[in-house]
Design a protein around this ligand. Structure first.
Ligand code: SF4
Length: 381
């Protein structure tokens, strides 16, 4: 079996070159051909010695992902479904804006965290993606888009690890992929333009701060532990106080001077004035330890299995006003790609649940919903 060179960061590729008896600088040449020029064939790599080009196919290959389908939204958003084998399909989304092109990448086939408002969470968990499968999403999208849009310069300017999966539960495969994204010989993205989003895997947040401090987004979704444990089950293991302490520690290494808190607005569940006030108090308490933050309010994208509803836009704006009046930087996320099920929380792919999460969630759904105070209200702006 030969090695997929997409599995390596530059250091890994240099070590691979040494196993072939080649100098380490060959890795830089290979790296540029693979990631900057999108080469999949060693014959294309004309500045490599002919003897190396002939030697490589016996031990290496460059294999991206198999496309199942592509969906184009009216707003320019593009979603791809990729077949990663054994019945697992993952999703990747490109979101174009006037000043940037953001790619939302998956880190796992499914997810074991099981957040109640997330389609992926309801699907259960199959397996971790490999580094090649994570970076392969960027490799494919970047080179496809250059061709599709007829551009020779970089199209993807920002990456967010907000697709399917909890990236920090797949740390060993994530880390080399992040390094490839940042490497000037590959994609050369700045650390501020690569965001890892986590539901709060505290020990791995500390590891990421040391190993590769990129921008951090944290899925908060509630101002107190009982409610957050209902919405994000990982909160039982790493409660809010521990999570915010980890955010403060992360901030000293972070490339941005704030941590982004994601807050999915759920009608009658976490969107009341009292929740906003609790959030303000919580953040004031933690600002003493140096934590500064930005809130991103996300209108929920409903799906039947969740049993949850989207907050009305007036409710979202009233919530935002309380945060803003308290001096907190707050934005409301624009929904993009919802006509192709590519909006936040809608990514579901198709995975074989090997952990029973799906079944567990279905049987717990009733019981868990009893623990959430739902205020009935008409939905709609
Ligand atoms: S929100 Fe993220 S961590 Fe939670 S279930 Fe969905 S993919 Fe997993």
């Amino acid at each position: 079996m030969t090695t997929n060179l997409l599995d390596h960061d530059l250091e890994g590729l240099a070590a691979f070159c040494e196993t072939l008896g080649e100098k380490r600088f060959r890795a830089t040449q290979l790296f540029r051909w693979i990631h900057q020029k999108g080469a999949t064939n060693f014959d294309q790599m004309t500045d490599l010695a002919k003897s190396l080009r002939e030697k490589l196919p016996a031990s290496a290959h460059i294999q991206s992902l198999k496309v199942v389908s592509r969906h184009d939204s009216a707003d320019g958003t593009i979603k791809w479904l990729f077949d990663v084998g054994a019945g697992d399909v993952i999703e990747t989304v490109f979101i174009p804006e006037s000043d940037r092109g953001t790619l939302c990448i998956s880190s796992q086939a499914g997810c074991a965290v099981g957040c109640r408002f997330c389609s992926t969470g309801h699907q259960g968990f199959s397996r971790n993606l490999t580094t090649a499968e994570i970076i392969g999403q960027l490799w494919f999208a970047e080179h496809f888009l250059r061709q599709h849009l007829g551009r020779s310069e970089r199209v993807v300017s920002n990456v967010v690890m907000m697709g399917m999966g909890e990236p920090l539960q797949n740390y060993s495969q994530l880390l080399p992929a992040l390094r490839v994204m940042l490497d000037d010989h590959a994609y050369g993205l700045s650390r501020r333009r690569v965001t890892v989003s986590t539901s709060g895997v505290v020990p791995m947040m500390d590891r990421l701060a040391q190993d590769c401090p990129v921008a951090l987004a944290v899925s908060l979704h509630a101002p107190e532990d009982a409610l957050r444990s209902n919405l994000v089950p990982l909160n039982k293991k790493y409660p809010i106080a521990e999570l915010l302490d980890a955010c403060s520690r992360y901030q000293s290494a972070a490339p941005r001077d704030f941590i982004t808190f994601e807050y999915c607005m759920l009608d009658g569940v976490n969107d009341q004035a009292e929740h906003a006030q609790q959030l303000v108090e919580l953040m004031k308490k933690h600002s003493v330890s140096g934590l500064s933050c930005k809130f991103n309010l996300i209108p929920f994208n409903p799906f039947p299995a969740s049993g949850l509803k989207r907050s009305s836009m007036p409710q979202v704006m009233a919530f935002a006003k309380i945060l803003i009046d308290a001096g907190m930087v707050t934005t409301v996320r624009k929904t993009r790609g919802d006509d192709i099920d590519a909006a936040c929380g809608q990514l579901a792919g198709d995975v074989q649940d090997r952990t029973g999460v799906q079944q567990r969630m279905a049987s717990q759904r009733q019981g868990m919903l009893k623990g959430i105070k739902i205020v009935s209200r008409e939905v709609g702006v």
